[in-house]
Structure formats: structure tokens, C-alpha cells
Design a protein around this ligand. Structure first.
Ligand SMILES: [Zn+2]
Length: 476
């Protein structure tokens, strides 16, 4: 029997506001423990939360970017549970009446487009952070993160493969980064993902029993954990067993999931509307104001790059995956308007360089206009493509421009036919046996001669001219 996976994702994105959701404490990361706290976020008796308008603004941006219906009225509720990192004994979250519902995003997997529904987006506060001492039986709690604003984005169970889950997650991450509302860092936990997964016999409608996967803190882990879980559930069913409804943790070291808690231990959060917070009313003007300030989103930008610059979908996908990268590309085009050549250099050389150095595009050691200058030198024949690569590497190491490096190191391409002629004659004279072999039909030796000329000229001879002159002389 063949099974079909059914996957839904719940994503928590930490919003980049300066202050917390219900008080004026800073959200800055990395401060000494418990220095960004006040009576409100510490949950002291008698305090009143005040909603941060920027949090609503950011959430509206996300809701509009994902085609959601924005509710004119939504509410905050208390989600009650006990844990030492939650000083109030409840988390303020939206429950029955979230701010946004019924949206979607389109993702591309292996060349075909899938529409993935978004059930809801709601706002909530983060909890604190509990740290366990590895050497002594004590734990410490840091309330700096308590009250930091989050949005939770819940997808419909529309995802059918681990690859599509990965694509959806990447797409949402690109959107929050384009919108400037979250830095999208999975490793540091500002963008977190839980997954619900079940399987059902193909061609059937009823959902199977699902498990919830936690601790998925990289794109790779999400896809691996889902595949593991699909395989595990398939094996259970084929053995005649039943999948247990439970929460499972992904163990990235052992590449497997293990049970964390079963359904019988599932929480009853006793939600009720928070009496300290008024219903949130959003009028059409507010929505319109946010809408007019939305940037071009990754999917639109990708289509524009394909239509306007004639780029392949693959290139457009990579270049628009990050807003700063897309801007870098377009800045290059300002000075050197050959989209495919620029794309090749960015995807091949620049991204490779950044990856090796662990840097982001904002930290690129070569500016867009400097890269454009290098490409112009190749285009006008001043240097060869091969030399350009070494000039590029040199630019990354120094503050020098392409023109400076080419001038200082005498790298200008040799395009003087009499000079190349002389070198070719010299090479042919030095290799009489190969010349004989070439003339008796081993034409593959042309590559050998080209290589010799290039070595003699330290790669500076114009390759097209070298080829032409070689072929002419060898025919003579
Ligand atoms: Zn506070």
C-alpha cells in the first residue's frame, strides 16, 4: 500500500520591534540576564499591559503579504500553564479571534507551483529562558525575553512532501525578511518551526493520526525530521500497528525523532479573554496605510527578474531569496547592464566567497559597483575571464579596485596579434613531435598548444585570438 504524507507547519517569528509587546522594555538580544524587565513583563500583581502599536503594524504587514483576511476586531486571551520561565502563570496570546485568517503563499518545488493555505496568523508574547547548570543541580531563569513579541503563522495541512515544507519555510522566511519585521534566524531561535505530520493511504480523504515534531532549528533538520517521521509512521502502519498521537523531538545527532509526551499528557490551557486588554479594532484606513508601504515581495520580484532581465527561474529564485542580494544584483546592473553575466558572477563567485567566509551579502567585501567595473574590463577585452577570477579573489582580499589590480600587476590581456603570433611560433617550434601528431590527425592536441601559450603569457593572451592563430599556423 502507498501512503501520502499530510504536513502542516506552525511558525513562530520574533518581531524586530525596539520594545516588548505590552511594556516599554528593550527587546535587544544579548543583555545581561534580567536587565530588560519591569513589573509588567515580570507579571507583578496589579500591573496593566499596554499593546505596542508597532507589533500590530508588523503583523498587518505579514497578513497582507500572505493574502490573509484581516479581522476588524480581534482579541487577546490568556493561555494558562505553569512553567518557571512564565512569571504570570499565563501567556497572553490570541486564541478564538486572531488578527488574520485564510491566507496563502505559492511555493515552487521542482518546477511546479503549490499553493499552501495559511489558517491563521496571531500575535503573542514570548516566555523567558530557563538555563540548566550542567555541573550543579540548579537552573537559572532569564526574563529578558519575556514579553518579546511573536507572531504565530499556522499553515493548512496542504503540504505533501518534506521538500515542499522546506520551500514553504524558506518562502515565509524570505517574506518576513523582505518586510523587515523579523531577522528569520532559525539557529538563534528568532524564527522557529514545529511540524504536524500524518500519513494516509493514497486516494483517501480521512487524515491519519498525527504527531507533532519539535526542535527543528534549521531548514535541513525540518526536511530530515519530516522524512524520518514519514518513514517511521509508514513502517508502523505496514506492521499492522497504530500511530500514537504525541509530540516528538528531533535529535539532530542521532538523526531520529523520539517521543516527548503523549496525548494523555497534553495540556488543557483553559483559555479565556484577557480582561486587561481591550478588543483590538483595526479600521480600513490602518490596513490601507500598511498596504501602501509594503515593499515588492519575493514572488513578485522573482517574476519581474524573469520577465525584465530574461533570467532563468533558477537564477531569479536565488537572487530574490534575499532582499539585500536582489538589491546588490540590481545595483550591479546600474553600471553593467548584462543580467545573465552579472547573475553568473554573483551566484558562482560572490555567493561562494560569502559562504566560505560565513558572511551575509551586506558584509560582501566587494561592492556592487566594484564588481560591475570588473565585469566591464572583461567585456571590453581588457582582461580575460580567467584573469578576472584571480582579480576578483584579489579584490576580496584587499581594498583595491579591479582597475588598480590590473594596472599594478600588468594583467592587461594581450590582444596584439603580432605578439601572440610570435609566442605561438615559439611554442610550435619547441614541440615538434606534437605538431607532427596534430598534423597526422590528433586534432585534440589543440588544447595542449592553447595551454602552452596561456602558460607562456600567464593567462593573459586573448584566448579567441590564440585559437585562431594556432589553427591557422598548424594548417600551414
Ligand atoms: Zn517590561
Amino acid at each position: 500500500m502507498e501512503f501520502e504524507p499530510v504536513i502542516g507547519l506552525e511558525i513562530h517569528a520574533q518581531l524586530k520591534t525596539k520594545t516588548k509587546i505590552f511594556c516599554a522594555c528593550s527587546t535587544a538580544f544579548g543583555a545581561p540576564p534580567n536587565t530588560h524587565t519591569c513589573p509588567v513583563c515580570l507579571g507583578m500583581p496589579g500591573v496593566l499591559p499596554v499593546l505596542n502599536k508597532k507589533v500590530v503594524d508588523y503583523t498587518l504587514r505579514m497578513a497582507l503579504a500572505t493574502h490573509c483576511d484581516i479581522r476588524p476586531q480581534s482579541r487577546f486571551a490568556r493561555k494558562n500553564y505553569f512553567y518557571p520561565d512564565l512569571p504570570k502563570g499565563y501567556q497572553i496570546s490570541q486564541y478564538e479571534l486572531p488578527i488574520a485568517r485564510d491566507g496563502y503563499v505559492d511555493v515552487e518545488v521542482n518546477g511546479s507551483t503549490h499553493r499552501i493555505g495559511i489558517t491563521r496568523i496571531h500575535m503573542e508574547e514570548d516566555a523567558g529562558k530557563l538555563g540548566h547548570d550542567p555541573h550543579r543541580p540548579i537552573s537559572r531563569v532569564d526574563f529578558n525575553r519575556t514579553g518579546v513579541p511573536l507572531i504565530e503563522i499556522v499553515s493548512e495541512p496542504d503540504i505533501r512532501t518534506p521538500e515542499a515544507a522546506g520551500a514553504y519555510l524558506r518562502q515565509l522566511r524570505a517574506i518576513v525578511r523582505y518586510l523587515g519585521i523579523c531577522d528569520g534566524n532559525l539557529e538563534e531561535g528568532s524564527f522557529r518551526c514545529d511540524a504536524n505530520v500524518s500519513i494516509r493511504p493514497e486516494q483517501t480523504e480521512t487524515f491519519g493520526t498525527r504527531t507533532e515534531l519539535k526542535n527543528l532549528n534549521s531548514f535541513k533538520h525540518v526536511e530530515k525530521a519530516l522524512q524520518y517521521e514519514i518513514d517511521r509512521q509508514t513502517e508502523v502502519l505496514l506492521d499492522g500497528g497504530e500511530v500514537r498521537q504525541e509530540t516528538r523531538l528531533w535529535d539532530p545527532h542521532k538523526n531520529r525523532t523520539h517521543s516527548m509526551r503523549g496525548k494523555e499528557e497534553a495540556h488543557d490551557y483553559r483559555y479565556f479573554p484577557d480582561p486587561d486588554l481591550l478588543p483590538l479594532v483595526i479600521d480600513a484606513d490602518w490596513i490601507e496605510r500598511v498596504k501602501t508601504r509594503l515593499p515588492e515581495l519575493p514572488a513578485d520580484k522573482k517574476q519581474r527578474f524573469i520577465a525584465d532581465y530574461g533570467l532563468p527561474s533558477y537564477d531569479a529564485d536565488i537572487l530574490t531569496s534575499d532582499r539585500d542580494l536582489a538589491e546588490y544584483f540590481e545595483a550591479c546592473l546600474q553600471d553593467f547592464n548584462q543580467p545573465k553575466a552579472v547573475s553568473n558572477w554573483i551566484m558562482g563567485s560572490l555567493l561562494g566567497l560569502l559562504k566560505a567566509a560565513g558572511k551575509s551579502i551586506e558584509q560582501a567585501p566587494i561592492s556592487a559597483s566594484d564588481l560591475a567595473e570588473l565585469l566591464k574590463l572583461v567585456d571590453d577585452g581588457t582582461i580575460s575571464g580567467k584573469i578576472a577570477k584571480s582579480v576578483f579573489d584579489e579584490m576580496a582580499q584587499s581594498d583595491k579596485s579591479a582597475r588598480q589590480i590590473v594596472a599594478e600587476q600588468g594583467l592587461v590581456q594581450i590582444s596584439d596579434s603580432s605578439a601572440i603570433d610570435d609566442i605561438v611560433s615559439k611554442i610550435l617550434a619547441a614541440n615538434p613531435a606534437e605538431v607532427q601528431a596534430y598534423k597526422s590527425g590528433k586534432t585534440k592536441l589543440l588544447g595542449f598548444f592553447v595551454g602552452q601559450v596561456m602558460r607562456e603569457t600567464r593567462g593573459q593572451a586573448n584566448p579567441k585570438m590564440v585559437n585562431e592563430i594556432l589553427v591557422k599556423k598548424l594548417a600551414g
